[in-house]
Design a protein around this ligand. Structure first.
Ligand SMILES: [Zn+2]
Length: 263
């Protein structure tokens, strides 16, 4: 059994500022360690079911997870090649999302964004704001891969559960005014181990319910700058309205194609 673990940093325990997730800042070292421990905690539970575990470091330069601490039964995909969930294909049996965060457009959340806040303000699918969680679910759906588990801030978990109500999630932090109330990393690690153990216990029975399959793909991308919108509106049959471009994708493949091409 083969598992893909997609990791991000803004939704791991404790961090609340961009400096804490930026490799060029001194604060970063602590949060890189916290992220690594969170990922290792997931691996320790996941290895009871999966004999092949592939970790995808998905934050910024995609070189955050500390390698010397990784268990020997894991592989890791590192480095930003501009693709979403590099290496994910139909050979995988399941996906886990770690450290996910509020979507672009959730303006009260300090670390909210979708892919790049320089380019995208907000993405909407069928009228609903979506972020990197839903994009990950849809990338997995392309290969019929179910999602076992998500950890991240409250908005990340809420968004994933709104797509897949049977999904198990652990919330690392909640909004309080415009900052976060964070659980301690130790508490988060304990909760992840417990929740993931529970999720694995009935995964086989419910896995068909853990694949997100929207019935249509009406996509709107509201860009951060008019320049990007105007460029994206070259896509066939799209409609430009201010900084927003409306696309009508005929199916999942076209939806993912537009996301890759137009962001
Ligand atoms: Zn990130």
């Amino acid at each position: 059994m083969k598992l893909y673990i997609a990791c991000d940093m803004e939704g791991t325990a404790g961090n609340v500022t961009w400096d804490e997730v930026n490799q060029e800042k001194s604060e970063y070292a602590q949060f890189r360690e916290i992220m690594t421990k969170e990922v290792i905690g997931i691996c320790e539970i996941a290895k009871t079911k999966f004999d092949d575990i592939c970790i995808k470091d998905g934050h910024w330069t995609e070189t955050n997870i500390l390698l010397e601490n990784l268990p020997d039964y894991c592989n890791i995909i590192r480095g930003d090649d501009g693709r979403n969930l590099t290496g994910l294909d139909s050979s995988f049996d399941a996906l886990i999302l770690e450290g996910y965060h509020a979507a672009g457009g959730e303006i009260t959340y300090p670390l909210s964004h979708t892919i790049s806040d320089d380019i995208v303000f907000e993405i909407r699918l069928n009228g609903k704001r979506i972020g990197e969680k839903t994009l990950a679910l849809l990338n997995a759906a392309k290969y019929n891969i179910p999602i076992i588990f998500i950890s991240g801030d409250e908005k990340a978990v809420e968004e994933a559960l709104s797509c897949l109500p049977d999904l198990v999630g652990v919330i690392t932090k909640k909004l309080s005014n415009t900052s976060y109330i964070c659980k301690s990393p130790q508490k988060v690690n304990g909760e992840i181990k417990k929740a993931l153990t529970q999720a694995l216990s009935n995964f086989e029975e419910i896995k068909e319910k853990l694949i997100y399959r929207p019935s249509k793909f009406d996509l709107e991308i509201e860009y951060a700058k008019y320049f990007y919108a105007k460029k994206a509106a070259n896509y066939p049959n799209s409609i430009l309205e201010g900084k927003t471009v409306k696309f009508k994708a005929k199916d999942l493949d076209e939806f993912l194609h537009i996301i890759n091409l137009c962001i």
